[in-house]
Design a protein around this ligand. Structure first.
Ligand SMILES: [Zn+2]
Length: 478
């Protein structure tokens, strides 16, 4: 068979194995893995000295999202270009149902945002903000469209927040229709009270964002979310887990055999509360929810990754400009005199793979754990496995080639995301993203983002616990 692309001498790392072979790609799919593949007529990449891993899957992004009076700086074009430059070849973004709107309208709006703009493959979760009993059956149709995951917020009172009854309704319906609910776990009621009191006392600086959302605020909501899911008999995915106490709640749930899955993000592993104490308004760059935690908390998260309590590392990429560059988009400056008005969120879609491979180089996680957290588990949990999530015959040729012998310094001056700062500015990582392929399309060539980028496709994902290809094994609970 004449191949389109052959990656020679690939030191292939999957979530289970490491071996050296050539990878043969034809019509966007991996069709051969073996020694000395016939490369006649094919594009050939020699990967000697590199590490070859599955393209990253980021299951928590917010592109082109209006929030808190601002609009995210990255849309599906710039956000996915950043993703590709950083070795991520697939993402699952959060569509939003606005209050009063049908669930379908939220989905339709997101298709319009992504279609023709995304340069990598993508799927959607749906954020539900308004779920009276009468709307519950609408969830079934969304699942059938390949969007089998919903997100509800226990925080952001008066905006995105859902009360327990709505969350419970969504969970019970998911238990029936093959969907899964994910939760933003922070107690929105206590946050509202504490924010009000802080402002009344004249505490307006960015640090107060964190001080009004303590660790227990997340732990309480995580425990409550797990109990609700247990009562509903549904799986639960806890997004961006940060607090050790919340981690313990997930650990207890797993011990009971409950299908509770947790995600964390690089910012909670690498940044800390001290970043809020930077001079002037600089702390606003790190205003996100949950907030960055006191130094030392991250040790619990690293052990959670290694002992399997945390299954995925996603970014929660939600970029707002720091300086006011584009009047229509607004940004962090909205909260100059009031921390509660700072748009919550930070960029990260481009840096996740580098930061996590850096952890491999520093001995914090193994290479197989890296693949598990950044690609294989996300694919299995969110119904992409069978097509994405590993390097195997029949899977999409989504391949990232990492050069572990060179260093890279993260900076807003060189990143591809459309945002004017990088929370990791100046941090050196012990690797570079050397080559990236998405369905065999060459997106990063010798460390540079290609000028000819492919069109990403919407992926209809499989229901919870299923794969996209009936030939692969059913994914076990991860
Ligand atoms: Zn988020």
């Amino acid at each position: 068979m004449a191949l389109d692309l052959v990656i020679k001498n690939a030191d292939i790392q999957t979530a289970s194995d490491r071996f050296t072979a050539d990878i043969g790609v034809k019509d966007e799919v991996i069709v051969e893995i073996g020694r000395d593949l016939d490369a006649a007529g094919a594009k050939v990449i020699d990967a000697t000295g590199m590490r070859v891993v599955p393209g990253g899957i980021d299951v928590h992004t917010h592109l082109d999202m209006p929030f808190m009076g601002a609009l995210t700086a990255d849309d599906f074009k710039t956000g996915t270009e950043g993703a590709a430059a950083g070795g991520t070849t697939c993402l699952v973004d959060f569509a939003i149902q606005a209050p009063g709107e049908s669930l379908q309208t939220g989905v339709d709006n997101w298709h319009k945002k992504a279609d023709g703009k995304s340069v990598i493959d993508y799927g959607f979760h749906l954020i539900i903000t308004d779920l009276p009993e009468s709307r519950v059956p609408e969830m079934d149709a969304i699942v059938e469209q390949g969007i089998p995951s919903f997100k509800l917020f226990m925080a952001y009172k008066g905006a995105l927040m859902s009360e327990d009854d709505a969350i419970f309704r969504a969970m019970r319906q998911s238990a029936k229709n093959g969907g899964m609910v994910s939760l933003h776990c922070e107690n929105g009621h206590t946050v509202e009270l504490m924010v009000k009191e802080a402002l009344e006392n004249g505490n307006t600086s960015p640090e107060w964002h964190a001080l009004t959302r303590p660790l227990a605020c997340e732990a309480e909501a995580t425990n409550r979310g797990i109990a609700l899911a247990e009562m509903a008999g549904s799986p639960l995915y806890v997004v961006h887990l940060t607090a050790e106490e919340a981690l313990d709640a997930v650990r207890r749930a797993k011990r009971k055999g409950l299908p509770v899955i947790a995600e964390t993000c690089p910012q909670y592993l690498y940044l800390s509360h001290e970043d809020y104490q930077r001079e002037g308004f600089e702390g606003a760059k790190f205003v996100m929810s949950p907030p960055l935690r006191p130094k030392g908390n991250e040790r619990a998260l690293w052990s959670g990754l290694n002992d399997g309590t945390i299954s995925t590392v996603a970014t929660d990429h939600c970029s707002f400009c720091f300086e006011l560059r584009d009047g229509s988009k607004m940004g962090k400056v909205l909260g100059k005199d009031d921390f509660s008005k700072i748009p919550n969120g930070a960029p990260g879609i481009e840096n996740r793979m580098q930061l996590m491979w850096d952890a491999v180089e520093k001995g914090k996680i193994t290479p197989s754990k890296f693949v598990e957290l950044t690609a294989t588990n996300p694919a299995k949990i969110f119904g992409l496995y069978g097509k994405k999530g590993t390097i195997a015959i029949g899977f999409d040729a989504d391949i990232t080639i990492i050069d572990p012998s060179t260093k890279y310094t993260i900076s807003a001056k060189t990143h591809h995301m459309n945002v004017d700062y990088n929370p990791y500015e100046g941090r050196e990582v012990e690797c570079t993203i050397k080559e990236v392929f998405m369905r065999g399309h060459h997106m990063v060539e010798n460390g540079k983002l290609s000028s000819k980028l492919p069109k990403g496709q919407f992926i209809k994902r499989a229901k919870y616990g299923k794969t996209l290809d009936s030939k692969t094994l059913e994914p076990a609970l991860v």
